[in-house]
Design a protein around this ligand. Structure first.
Ligand code: LLP
Length: 387
């Protein structure tokens, strides 16, 4: 990726930079992967990045929105997603969030418990409407990813256990103000082993066969998101292999007559177009180590501190200078916590005070997870098409 370094030199840092052309190319590639399958539809998972410019780009491209809070539903509506392309998931929807979503006329609730189903039915009855509900099923499939971002195992809080599914659907069918419209699965995030999706497709088929034996047909299957991206070499793989992901599912999922298949990727659409730009405040010589201390911290990008993730790091100023010598640094932020570390033992070109540092692949779960801890201010954003 090429960066408008002149623009950054004048900018207040830290800031987020979005390459809007890459975002558009990524969306085009996703749409091309979906094109052979008219019954496949994508709802972008807003939790990955809820920046209005990004959301507008995605809504204009005709994608739907997958939301996990009332705030996300509001943001989706404000950024142009039509209500009939908005879905609302999450284990703890409050009464107010449910009422507001019913009022907005969203396309479905992904329900995660019988208790929630009862509340939706009650609130929909009060409002004189019928709520479309899909059930999130916990398929007990191991996503082979980081423990903190795996969701489809029995030990996780998400979804309804397969053994309880039939009785939940039968309860829904007996209720006057909900309508059963589908099954929802999401087994985890940053999944690189596509075989996991084959296992999921087999599990989905078993579940549907079991339901069909009880006379229940399922209009929509939602397979969630989770496709991983290349954090190590983002320039080698700026756009994920959507066609392999979608193609693998198309091959292995036994789609029923008239059935729709939904996907809700987040990370794979927005991660690579975003970069966190920081400035080097000090290069500190410790006894055993050298530290590059930058003005961004886990308040701007929490993934390294929270999941031990590594984002590729570039010293943009040293690249511009043509610096040939390298050195090994721990790259750290200014927050008063020892976990405020971006990388240990990072080999970078010789770094100086004032150098601009890029933390790559920060478009997903970067800006959206920012906090004001230490009374830090939320950060500005620069878009490539405004440079
Ligand atoms: N659908 C549901 C129900 C989800 O829970 C998630 C993500 C997605 C879709 C989108 O998954 P994606 O395509 O982005 O993998 N903060 C963590 C990731 C948490 C993911 C939470 N759920 C990180 O920075 O790695």
């Amino acid at each position: 990726m090429s960066f408008p370094i002149q623009r950054f030199t004048q900018a207040a840092t830290p800031c987020y930079y979005y390459d809007m052309a890459l975002l558009r190319r990524t969306i085009d590639s996703l749409k091309a992967a979906l094109a052979p399958y008219p019954h496949f539809h994508v709802h972008y998972a807003i939790k990955a990045n809820a920046n209005p410019r990004i959301l507008e780009c995605l809504s204009q491209a005709g994608l739907g929105a997958d939301c996990v809070s009332g705030g996300e539903v509001e943001q989706a509506v404000a950024c142009g997603f039509p209500a009939d392309r908005i879905v609302f998931a999450g284990v703890g929807k409050t009464d107010d969030e449910i009422r507001a979503s019913l009022k907005a006329g969203i396309s479905r609730f992904n329900v995660e418990s019988l208790a929630e189903l009862e509340v939706i039915n009650e609130l929909a009855a009060e409002m004189g409407v019928v709520a479309p509900v899909a059930f999130r099923v916990n398929p007990n499939v191991d996503a082979h990813t980081h423990a903190k971002i795996t969701t489809g195992l029995n030990e996780n809080k998400f979804g309804i256990a397969i053994e309880d599914l039939l009785s939940c659907i039968e309860s829904a069918q007996a209720m006057a103000n909900v309508r059963y419209c589908g099954l929802h699965f999401h087994i985890g995030s940053q999944i690189l082993d596509l075989e996991v999706y084959e296992t999921l497709c087999r599990r989905v088929d078993e579940i549907q066969t079991m339901l069909e034996a009880h006379g229940i047909s399922t209009p929509t299957i939602n397979l969630g998101g989770g496709l991983g991206i290349d954090y190590d070499t983002p320039d080698a793989n700026p756009i994920p292999a959507f066609n392999e992901w979608i193609g693998r599912i198309a091959k292995h999922l036994k789609v029923r007559q008239g059935q729709e298949v939904h996907f809700e990727p987040g990370r794979s659409i927005v991660a690579q177009c975003g970069t966190l730009i920081a400035r080097t405040i000090y290069v500190k010589q410790g006894h055993a180590k050298q530290f590059v201390i930058v003005d961004a911290g886990f308040t701007e990008l929490i993934r390294p501190a929270m999941y031990g993730s590594h984002h590729a790091i570039q010293n943009l100023s040293a690249e511009e200078r043509g610096e040939q010598t390298t050195a090994t640094y721990d790259v750290v932020g200014p927050i008063c916590e020892s976990s405020d570390v971006f990388a240990k033992g990072e080999v970078l070109p010789l770094t100086q005070r004032g150098d601009l540092i890029a933390f790559r692949s920060a478009g997903a779960y970067g800006e959206v997870m920012a906090s004001s801890y230490n009374c830090r201010h939320l950060r500005p954003t620069i878009y490539s098409d405004e440079c």
